[in-house]
Design a protein around this ligand. Structure first.
Ligand code: SF4
Length: 282
């Protein structure tokens, strides 16, 4: 970057925060991003993304509607709400909008199929359940971490343990191996173990799942990826990961960590780990 044309001097070299500023607030999804690439996190967090695109808006809509379906709102009312909301989403051409609307309907049907297929093993505790709790520092001088977030669905398994379910609208599910080391899911399990899930005592977690509603599956209704229950040792290991993620937000240097998501990274043109870039001034 020293040799890039048109780049200004850094406005500051000060870190983003000091340990005495208090706990560092992190959501489980942020921990996942920080684990993957701290530079992407800092750029996106500070103006480097273009805001929500229409796919993100459609994804949010699906999340809202699956909560409505889970809330026993009749499917015809959910369908009506979908049609009304769809009128305000501009997807460009009509054929594309129709196709995406059908795809969204299919996602809702897939979610319903997943719910029906899993009721024998899971019992719903709540939807949009708040996560809030403070993880105390592990070393002197390090800050505490305030875990904050919202769980799409909280369920209970047949042994009464909490199971966190995160609904995903991406077309391509992650691999089974990736789900086992998925930082967002692990952070939710740590929250369960630490008593940071609203209305739940600290307890051994029953695992966590990603439910990919864009991909139906005969056995489970939707493609799901399961992270097994974390053992006490694994909870400790993931607590370290969470504290390391918090430390990675401090700066002033942020690591560009090349990963599978680089192809779709919105800040790739500003990334020193890749050759291409674009001119920023004339
Ligand atoms: S392109 Fe890859 S390495 Fe660069 S900021 Fe984006 S995710 Fe990180």
């Amino acid at each position: 970057p020293d040799q890039w044309y048109g780049t200004a001097e850094p406005s500051t070299a000060a870190p983003m925060w000091q340990p005495e500023d208090g706990p560092v607030s992190l959501s489980p999804s942020t921990i996942e991003i920080l684990e993957t690439c701290p530079l992407r996190w800092v750029f996106e967090r500070h103006g480097g993304s273009d805001g929500d695109n229409t796919h993100a808006i459609a994804g949010t809509l699906v999340h809202t509607l699956v909560q409505a379906l889970a809330g026993r709102i009749p499917p015809d009312q959910v369908e009506k709400a979908l049609e009304n909301a769809w009128e305000s989403i501009d997807l460009g051409s009509q054929w594309y909008s129709r196709r995406e609307l059908n795809r969204t309907r299919e996602m809702l049907a897939t979610f319903t199929a997943w719910m029906n297929a899993t009721r024998g093993e899971l019992t719903e505790v709540g939807v949009e359940v708040a996560v809030e709790g403070v993880l105390e520092p592990r070393e002197e001088g390090a800050p505490a971490v305030k875990l904050r977030g919202r769980i799409d669905r909280l369920e209970r398994d047949t042994e009464g343990r909490p199971v966190v379910v995160d609904v995903k609208t991406a077309r391509n599910p992650v691999s089974n191996e990736a789900a086992q080391s998925h930082a967002q899911l692990a952070a939710y399990q740590v929250a369960a173990a630490e008593g940071a899930i609203a209305g739940e005592p600290a307890t051994q977690p029953g695992g966590a799942r990603l439910v990919f509603v864009a991909k139906s599956n005969k056995k489970d209704g939707a493609a799901q990826r399961v992270q097994p229950p974390l053992t006490a040792e694994a909870v400790e290991m993931w607590r370290d990961v969470i504290h390391n993620a918090a430390a990675a937000t401090q700066g002033p240097q942020y690591l560009a960590r090349v990963n599978d998501g680089c192809r779709h990274c919105p800040v790739r043109s500003s990334c020193p780990a890749h050759d291409e870039g674009r001119q920023v001034s004339n």
